[in-house]
Ligand binder design. Sequence first.
Ligand code: ADP
Ligand code: MG
Length: 353
Amino acid sequence: MSDVRLEGIGKAFGTVQALAPTDLSIRQGEFLTLLGPSGSGKTTLLNICAGYVAPSAGRLFVGGRDVTALPPRQRNMGMVFQNYALFPHMSVADNVAYGLKVRKLPRNEIARRCAEALHMTRLEGLGGRAIRELSGGQQQRVALARAMVIQPDILLMDEPLGALDRQLRKEVQLEIRRLHAARPRTTIYVTHDQEEALVMSDRIAVMRAGRIVQIGTGAELYERPVDTFVARFLGESNLLAGRVETVADGRATLAVPGFAAPLAGRAAAGLRSGQPGCALLRPEAVCAQPGGAPARIAERVYLGELSAVRLVFGSGQELWSRRLAGEWSGRDAVEVGWDASSISILPDASNES
Ligand code: ADP
Ligand code: MG
């Protein structure tokens, strides 16, 4: 196990800046997820760590050692790909043993480690099976066993669950989490699925257009996104464009078409009267409040224990609310409010490339 450090690592493919010069430190044993839309540079960053792609700039350190110029074989990293990349003509056991045979380990050591890896990934008894006789989830576990059996310093996974259906994905997510908890191994995990990132990670790095725009725990990113891009990418959000008014005594209001949203606490800090602002209001904070702003429920979405409603104000301004199912049942004409400290003003990232 090792820590990983990127110093100014960047990559251009011709004129395409796939990864802007990036600094990143990953603690020993940490589970770090790269989260971002397609094309944001996640795979490029991972492949640079693995040694499959040479960076155009910067240095990569593992456990304090500069590995920038080392070929993949000499980095002792395990890689799991989205499409499994298993050898279809080999048995499960031969797939798992492959990396150890290449490393010319003694035969009894190979057998011992393979048995352990199959046990960890709950594949005991399937060693003799052909790959094509396995389900998608089982194949992905073989890929995981094959990456872990070499006891890598670093585990790299690129959208490993992308091909699985939702139920299987959840099962394998928990499996990977359990394996990491039992034996924390420095892990860089790539996904574009925010829920997956929240379930699995110690920290999440949100990527956009070849840059890490924010890095932190799931709670930090959800509660204090640096801009509207991160707010949109993690969880559901209402984003209200308006103008700041009446700043005084640590309080202010944001005037949006149809109503004035009170701001307090952190949300009101450092605001100037008249400045444009984009407010983030999570749907779970929008509640029924007698005497609040009048609105009409235009849409109801059943979510089991919760229900989501689309609220439309007289001005046409819309807000989503997501609350326990009972809160919005009954009438469509409602009065709406929220706690002033649950709203925050963010830089608007929607016009950046
Ligand atoms: P992600 O994994 O987040 O979807 P990638 O790292 O694969 O993103 O790609 C980042 C950007 O770099 C994209 O614009 C992509 O088209 C480009 N890119 C990636 N690999 C290559 C390559 N081998 N040649 C040219 N452009 C590439
Ligand atoms: Mg990718």
